[in-house]
Every structure is written in structure tokens, then in C-alpha cells.
Ligand binder design. Structure first.
Ligand SMILES: [Zn+2]
Length: 104
């Protein structure tokens, strides 16, 4: 399971527990259903990935029409694109000491 999906699942479980313990649902049950649906359909692993071509960081922020790399502090850096996170990790995972655990 990918990291974001895992965190959202934990949050969902926490909210469910709180709702079950309270005399009435603290968290809106409609919102809970929407969150559950979102968690079930998330597949971040297949989403395209962009990184800063200068330092290879994924931490890019867009602000007022400009892109900022939060690692090397470049404004509007050249962007490298990858089909998904696996492609990125196979090329630059070593830089961050991150490797795709499930090497196929
Ligand atoms: Zn950078």
C-alpha cells in the first residue's frame, strides 16, 4: 500500500472509532463515505511525477504562477517528468536512499 493511502486509511479508522464511541456521529457520515470512496479509488503509484531537473527533488510548489523548488530554492526550475513514481525511483531513488521495495 502506498504511503498516502495508508495515512488516509488510518485517519479514516480513527474517525470511525470516534464516531462509534460517541452517542452521535462527531464526523459527518456523508463526509466519511466520501473519504472512504476516495481511499478506495486512490492509485497514486500510477500518477505522473515531476521533479526539479537541478536537484531532482519532488518538493515543488506552485505560487502565483511560478514554480519553486523547496530543496534548492530555484524559481521556475527546469522540470523533469516521469510516467510514475517507480520510474522516478529507479532513476533517482539512490540520491534519497529510497528504492522501490518491489523491484520487478
Ligand atoms: Zn531543486
Amino acid at each position: 500500500m502506498n504511503y498516502r493511502k495508508e495515512i488516509l486509511s488510518q485517519i479514516y479508522l480513527y474517525m470511525s472509532d470516534v464516531n462509534n464511541m460517541a452517542p452521535f456521529p462527531i464526523y459527518d457520515t456523508g463526509d466519511m463515505a466520501d473519504l472512504k470512496k476516495m481511499i478506495d479509488t486512490i492509485e497514486y503509484d500510477e500518477e505522473p511525477v515531476e521533479c526539479c531537473a537541478n536537484c531532482k527533488s519532488l518538493h515543488l510548489i506552485e505560487e502565483e504562477g511560478k514554480t519553486h523548488c523547496m530543496k534548492c530554492r530555484t524559481t521556475d526550475p527546469e522540470i523533469e517528468e516521469f510516467k510514475n513514481i517507480k520510474d522516478y525511483l529507479s532513476q533517482y531513488g539512490d540520491i534519497w536512499d529510497l528504492k522501490d521495495e518491489k523491484d520487478e
